[in-house]
Design a binder for this molecule. Structure first.
Ligand code: MLT
Length: 203
């Protein structure tokens, strides 16, 4: 997959996996990584699917209606890519924390829904429920931060609460942070994610 890797100064810090929103690139979330854990290595991946020229991580049939067959295929593709990137760049495969926004948060959620041990934790900015009716793997000890909008028209509060319930039901400690700026990713949401990261992974 098209990606960039930046070696960090602290080899024991989690590797940050950056996953952009629809129409983004692997450069979009680099400022977030600097903010959240500047010493970490960064693996930033571009979505492999194009929608009218806009990169995404999986196909959708309409706004908010996912092509589930493609979602499952692309989730495996990304999980396999993480396995091979860990070998290529010599980092600890079990020490990856994802930071995703929108479509990127949805593929990160899908990784958590499908593969035990694939992520050590995740920061999901404006995620949806990626897929329903699955038995989730054990997510005990996999902390998740959800940044949500009380007036987000794409990821409704009801869907945020459903995702929270599903993740907690699988054992994940979940923190939900609410904003009132629709689907936007604001600096106050990023600051809340950074504070959560510090409390969760640095103390
Ligand atoms: C998605 O398709 O993953 C969500 O609708 C969010 C988006 O990327 O617009």
């Amino acid at each position: 997959m098209k990606h960039l890797f930046k070696q960090g100064t602290d080899q024991s810090a989690p590797v940050l996996l950056l996953l952009h929103g629809t129409g983004g690139t692997e450069r979009d979330l680099l400022p977030l990584a600097d903010h959240i854990s500047p010493d970490s290595s960064v693996l930033s991946v571009r979505g492999n699917v194009l929608e009218h020229g806009m990169p995404r991580y999986f196909r959708r049939l309409a706004e908010g209606v996912f092509d589930l067959e493609d979602l499952v295929f692309r989730t495996k593709e990304l999980n396999d890519f993480l396995d091979s990137a860990a070998i290529e760049y010599s980092f600890d495969r079990s020490n990856i924390v994802a930071i995703g926004y929108s479509n990127g948060a949805n593929i990160a959620g899908s990784l958590l829904f499908h593969y035990e041990g694939t992520l050590r934790g995740a920061i999901l900015h404006h995620p949806m429920v990626p897929i329903r009716g699955l038995e989730l793997p054990n997510l005990a000890g996999v902390p998740v931060f959800i940044g949500a909008g009380s007036n987000d028209p794409i990821c409704t509060p009801q869907e945020t609460e459903e995702l929270d319930r599903l993740l907690q039901g699988a054992g994940a400690p979940v923190t939900v942070h609410w904003e009132q700026h629709g689907h936007q990713l604001t600096s106050s949401e990023v600051a809340a994610a950074a504070a959560w990261y510090k409390k969760t992974f640095k103390s």
